[in-house]
Write a protein that binds this ligand. Structure first.
Ligand code: F3S
Length: 294
């Protein structure tokens, strides 16, 4: 069995930064409780680790005055900062710079009088956050058909959730042209997402099966699953090594591996280790792991 790892896979810059900030907070802050606003990443093993360091995830900041709260890479609505201030909460802001860019564009164009359209999942925290930067007045669309429901506007500004596919962006913005006199398009799909999706597609075309590692609730991982399925019918989405479908893949020749932006390297390594038994194979895999973006 030949195992090939996607050129870009695993932890992205934004998630890595958020993790570093959380570990630093656990080491440095001893006089007040530390929380994350929602799970820091979609990976239960990492969440367990943070809990063992005393960092729990909360959903309701009003119940935790005078604490320290880490804002995760997905970001939060603008009103969150005022609310935290009112409750004496210290914020460690791990909003990914790529997400901050989308928030700022949405706010700037909202204040300029544009109708804002966000292409993404309305239930995803990143989209909820961006929506909050334009006073929850944006239209959120996640399918081409959703555009039919939108009214016509003179000026429209459209931004993307950072993890959507290029294909969805192209289809939606093309259709949106019909709904606006002036359309300002900001393709805010982040570079880490683009790289992971491109290398996933390239690899899926060349292998007999694909293993996509990442949280079952992770948006960017689910996009990788969708892309992989398009080119490789034997695509398996797994969150941990225990879910590896050894029976289904044991007789196949070439297996591709990719991983979502919130999948730690050690989980990728566990999966590779289980699939490869010989020392030589392990060495090869370790070499390939070096290519995974840290
Ligand atoms: Fe940031 Fe992109 Fe990761 S927006 S959190 S670098 S997937």
């Amino acid at each position: 069995m030949e195992i090939i790892i996607a050129k870009k896979a695993g932890f992205c810059f934004g998630v890595k930064e958020a993790m570093n900030k959380a570990f630093a907070a656990a080491n440095q802050i001893k006089d007040r409780p530390i929380y994350t606003y929602g799970p820091l990443i979609h990976n239960s093993q990492t969440i367990d680790k943070l809990e063992s360091m005393g960092i729990r995830s909360i959903e309701d900041i009003e119940k935790h005055p005078n604490s320290t709260i880490i804002v995760r890479s997905h970001g939060v609505p603008l009103s969150f900062y005022d609310l935290a201030d009112r409750y004496g909460i210290e914020i460690i802001d791990a909003t990914c710079p790529f997400v901050r860019k989308v928030q700022k564009i949405a706010r700037e164009y909202y204040l300029k009088g544009y109708a804002i359209v966000i292409v993404g999942d309305p239930n995803h925290p990143e989209v909820i956050g961006i929506h909050g930067w334009c006073e929850n007045k944006a239209s959120i669309v996640q399918r081409e058909e959703d555009i039919d429901q939108l009214p016509h506007h003179d000026k429209v500004c459209v931004v993307a959730q950072t993890t959507i596919t290029q294909e969805l962006w192209d289809a939606i913005t093309k259709k949106l042209e019909e709904k606006a006199k002036i359309l300002e398009k900001f393709n805010t799909i982040c570079i880490a997402t683009k790289d992971r999706q491109t290398s996933c597609a390239e690899l899926a075309k060349a292998v007999d099966a694909m293993i996509v590692i990442g949280g079952h609730h992770s948006s960017n991982t689910q996009k990788l699953v969708q892309i992989s399925k398009k080119y490789c019918k034997n695509t398996f989405a797994i969150e941990t090594v225990e879910e590896l479908p050894m029976e289904e893949i044991k007789n196949l020749n070439k297996i591709g591996i990719t991983a979502g932006a919130s999948t730690p390297d050690w989980i990728i390594k566990e999966v590779i280790d289980k699939m490869s038994n010989t020392d030589q194979h392990n060495n090869e895999m370790m070499h390939m792991m070096e290519e995974i973006e840290n």
